[in-house]
Ligand binder design. Sequence first.
Ligand code: ADP
Ligand code: BMX
Ligand code: ZN
Length: 290
Amino acid sequence: MTTLAIDIGGTKLAAALVGDDLQIRERCERPTPASKTPDALREALKMLVEPLQAQAKRVAIASTGIIHQGVLQSINPQNLGGLMHFPLVHTLEELTGLPALAVNDAQAAAWAEYHAITEDISDMVFITVSTGVGGGIVSGGQLLTGAGGLAGHLGHTLADPQGPVCGCGRVGCVEAIASGRGIAAAAQGELAGCDAKTIFARATEGHEQAIRLVQHSAQVLARLIADVKATTDCQRVVIGGSVGLAPGYLAQVRHFLAQEQPVYHVALSAAHYRHDAGLLGAALIAQGGK
Ligand code: ADP
Ligand code: BMX
Ligand code: ZN
């Protein structure tokens, strides 16, 4: 049964037709509108799904935000242009006339990546370093979503009590430093106003401040991974998101993790499904498992 899978991130929206074999047939992308009002997101989703919906039997949504009972609630509304709430399932059912389900983007990606692992493991964690920093935890072979959808929101654990204020209202969250937005916000002088993609490109060219910003993100992420190992005793951590998948980033995270005590070491890899992990995880959940 063909699934129309949708991934809603702070920077981009993606949609694809996914078969029962988890193969992507058609895929399209557009920017996430930066607007406080739900109407702009509804309109962008309408444009995204219109060319694909006639070929699908159901909709599966992986979305940034806490997803509870089909509704998106932002923990960091700054990542969505100030948008606090959005009725995801209701909107997609109304737009397409198809049944829909929704799950947090990093939780969905964790589920897809867990099924892509060839070793026989029961405990893994997925971390996306993207507009924000998101996480999904598989424990004992089960995806943890939590009673209210908050499980795995690793980006909002403490990295530095003297750090910047996070959009969630806490001080010094991992996300406020390590995410694409966090990296961009810390840029000064000639890098002020640049996005993370540009800062990574400048780092590759040898720009000192850009190199420091990328390193700081990787160091904060490595400390988070040590905390995650201590919390979950996971057997593998998988990294995704455009920052997480940027060339050289994972190697830096490995370098900083190697400086932690051996008990906190854990196997690290880049997302098998690269930028499609969220889409495929949502499709997999809609299919009811593997
Ligand atoms: P989303 O958060 O919508 O899922 P992404 O995973 O693409 O989207 O993450 C967006 C963030 O990644 C932005 O901060 C952007 O500047 C940054 N980014 C995009 N491409 C790259 C790249 N090639 N290298 C480093 N950072 C990137
Ligand atoms: C934020 C939060 C998480 C999300 C993570 C990564 C919002 C809107 N989102 O911590 O739910 O999983 O960002 O999201 O509060 P992305 O947009 O970077 O993929
Ligand atoms: Zn936070």
